[in-house]
Design a protein around this ligand. Sequence first.
Ligand SMILES: Nc1nc2c(c(CN[C@H]3C=C[C@H](O)[C@@H]3O)cn2[C@@H]2O[C@H](COP(=O)(O)O)[C@@H](O)[C@H]2O)c(=O)[nH]1
Length: 333
Amino acid sequence: MEQSGWKDGIENLESFPVRVSASWVMERARHVQINIEAIKELADRWERSFNPIQWHNEVHFFDGTEKTLFWIFVLDTLNFCFWPDPGKPAWTVVYRGKNFSGYMALAASLKRAIEEAVPVTDPAFLADIDIQTVKWIFRGKGDLPLMEQRVQNLRELGRVLLEQWNGSVMSMVEEARQSSASLVRLVVDSFSSFRDEASYDGRKVYFWKRAQILASDIFHAFEGKGPGAFKDIHLLTACADYKLPQVLRVLGVIQYSDELARRIDSLDYLKPGSPEEVEIRSATVVAVEKIREFLEKRGIFVTSLEIDHHLWELGQKDEFRRYPYHRCRTVFY
Ligand SMILES: Nc1nc2c(c(CN[C@H]3C=C[C@H](O)[C@@H]3O)cn2[C@@H]2O[C@H](COP(=O)(O)O)[C@@H](O)[C@H]2O)c(=O)[nH]1
């Protein structure tokens, strides 16, 4: 898979590595398949425009300055793997009298940290942060998994920002010259915790899920202006997390082999980077591309990220939790 000439801004839909490698995997997938008929029916049912992605809510910190940009970067450095081991209670946080779990609990905890004047947007503080402090920031019921990896991710974020951008997230974002695709590549190149890649049948495959959701969150938080003034957000793909495949399976768009379905339904852990996991994530990316293409044929022009967000919102409803999502302990999603 050749890297396109991205450094001089030559990037297009077909050349974006996540899109290229996901379709390459699905041409030879053995455990997962995509049901085109289900996609056609979905496109017919979805003959309506999508709700715009609404960033501003009670758990997202926003003050319109570089502090917000830094806060989003910390959020997406930790935006992964919220589910407990079987039999353990899910991690939940009480914020302003309300119970939050999963991603919303992560955001609420980081907003609470800002309100408690914990310097989570100071790169020097992050570079030396210890596990006690991180546990305090994410205090709640149950345990937030992979705590040690979260500490390492935060330390790397602080250290690399200090070493390469004099601690300024704004300088890093400005280096991407209003290209979200360039920002994704810049972040993946600079921070190993974002280097969400695997190998499949001997070839490198790319997902870059947290780097893409970072660009998406900056774009939506700043409403396409200032640091979020990306000209190419349409190039990004769906973010291959664990909720979208769960929703796409309920919609009949993604189908698992009997053996894989049995493993997922019995909460068996898939090995990170295993063919099964790579195929589930690739099918998620490709399914969203095909939904986008079918909608386009019907004159509905939406980005992969808008479809991604719509599916993620569906995943917050019980009707889309008929089957468990796949379990894979990883810092990538
Ligand atoms: N594909 C995709 N995955 C997403 C998101 C979000 C939240 N973003 C939006 C929310 C408000 C803003 O408008 C943001 O746009 C979280 N996740 C992932 O889900 C998982 C957690 O799920 P649960 O346990 O249910 O909280 C975990 O892997 C987390 O990384 C998204 O948008 N797309």
